[in-house]
Design a protein around this ligand. Sequence first.
Ligand SMILES: NC(=O)c1ccc[n+]([C@@H]2O[C@H](COP(=O)([O-])OP(=O)(O)OC[C@H]3O[C@@H](n4cnc5c(N)ncnc54)[C@H](OP(=O)(O)O)[C@@H]3O)[C@@H](O)[C@H]2O)c1
Length: 264
Amino acid sequence: MDLPKKVVWITGASSGIGEALAYEFNKKGAKVILSARRIEELQRVKDNCENSEEMVKIIPLDLSESESFPDKVEEAKAQFGSIDMLINNGGMSQRAFAVNSTMESIRRLMEVNFFGTVGLTKELLPTFIEQKSGHIVVISSVMGKLGTRYRSAYAAAKHALHGWFDCLRQEVYEYDIDVTLVCPGFIQTHISENALTADGSKYNKVDDAMEKGMPPKEFVRKLLPKLAKKKMEVYIGGREILAIYVRRLSLRLLNKILRRVNVT
Ligand SMILES: NC(=O)c1ccc[n+]([C@@H]2O[C@H](COP(=O)([O-])OP(=O)(O)OC[C@H]3O[C@@H](n4cnc5c(N)ncnc54)[C@H](OP(=O)(O)O)[C@@H]3O)[C@@H](O)[C@H]2O)c1
């Protein structure tokens, strides 16, 4: 991957995986555009980058406000004159049983994680088609390949992303546009604190599984070579990744195991 010439737009860049992606791409000489809702956090990430005035730009963005996407895409294109890679990373998780979850909280998870990701991608897509190049990366989850307790709407949104982007990959093949779906396992970020509970309020707890997860820096270091190879689907994490393969073998066996293991 010819990184120094690349322009990479990262959503969810104010924290966790997105923040680590920003540092790694910046270190490798790429130009980066950082998006998320919290401007002061985006500024902090920018300030931690090398040569930040020239190489890093900020575009505040709320993934649940799709009406803003046309302007945001124009703004992003104007920053460095073009965009080579969109990393759809922004999102939030869930810690609630399906039976208790309000429809509002379920819709909110779909709005941000699915419609936000699809909407932004769709808005940038004509540009990639016209330039006959582009790489669309989606940070999905192991929950995009299977389901566990407490994650019904989150898993639904991530599964939906796989459906949508698997179809898109075939539609844009002739324009040299690549689509990579990334499935992280447990990564040490703020994802559990920001997760939605049954009534849509924040969970505000650091899960044990997250605490013991892979540091985001290590995750990103493992991810970049896979992106350079333009892999279609990538799994990175600890033992939890095995669940994807167990599911292929026996859904019954996976259910038996997952009913017992701690997923918080
Ligand atoms: N950590 C894990 O174990 C794990 C595992 C599998 C998948 N993932 C996926 O990895 C991605 C990044 O999560 P993370 O683990 O880095 O968690 P995080 O530390 O909570 O970061 C989430 C990021 O998404 C942004 N975001 C949330 N809601 C948004 C909205 N409405 N509009 C725009 N941006 C929004 C947040 O920024 P603002 O609050 O500033 O908007 C933040 O930058 C997510 O898609 C998540 O599903 C994480």
